[in-house]
Design a protein around this ligand. Sequence first.
Ligand code: SF4
Ligand code: F3S
Ligand code: FES
Length: 255
Amino acid sequence: MSTAVLDEAAPAPTPEVIESFTVTLIVRRYNPEVDEQPKWVDYDVEMFATDRILDALHKIKWEQDGSLTFRRSCAHGICGSDAMRINGRNRLACKTLIKDLDISKPIYVEAIKGLPLEKDLIVDMDPFFESFREVQPFLIPSSKPGAGKERIQSVADRARFDDTTKCILCAACTSSCPIFWTDGQYFGPAAIVNAHRFIFDSRDDAAKVRLDILNDKEGVWRCRTTFNCTDACPRGIQVTQAIAEVKQAIMRGKP
Ligand code: SF4
Ligand code: F3S
Ligand code: FES
């Protein structure tokens, strides 16, 4: 056997050169200890197209200004802690790629709206979680399964609330809702989504309680089907549809 072919190794492919470029982020900063009002601050950062806005914020924090304050944890769209307004639209910073934005212009980054601003990109989430807790987002069965038994559910029954199990409580929906901006008492779409998850669960027996809670003047009837919530949801949940299903359940008096 000739070894000529084997010896003449093919030239190694030239690695593709991935160019970095400068991106300008304009971040709405606010330090309650020194600022009377929030102010916009520009930062130029060297980024790659495949970087995310969260990477850009980290670069600013680690290389330019350690006082920049924002929440993040998983960095992979799971924990829901880094919802913010990016170019005027609610998104998760860790799921927003630089290449998906128009980098010929500055990228504007600010805190989500409708919740009290605490510092820079951080808002007080307490009102959001209060509404979430009010709808009793946990399984309330009226009986125990027999010893060693599970609560059986058909595939069709499970599918009934599959979409709303995907919520990561990021608040992107609630803080994009114009009704919530003007009336902070409104339960908001996230609380209704999480009520929906249990109202339509065949193993649960407290749907009536939750439907009564959401039949309140600050409940589902405040929704004007604006669809901002559905557009904002990073999990692709059909939020407005879920709200409509809860409204219909209230009219029927049962799920
Ligand atoms: Fe976030 Fe979507 Fe849940 Fe709203 S419904 S809190 S946008 S994951
Ligand atoms: Fe608000 Fe969504 Fe209804 S944006 S008005 S909760 S459809
Ligand atoms: Fe967890 Fe973005 S950091 S969802």
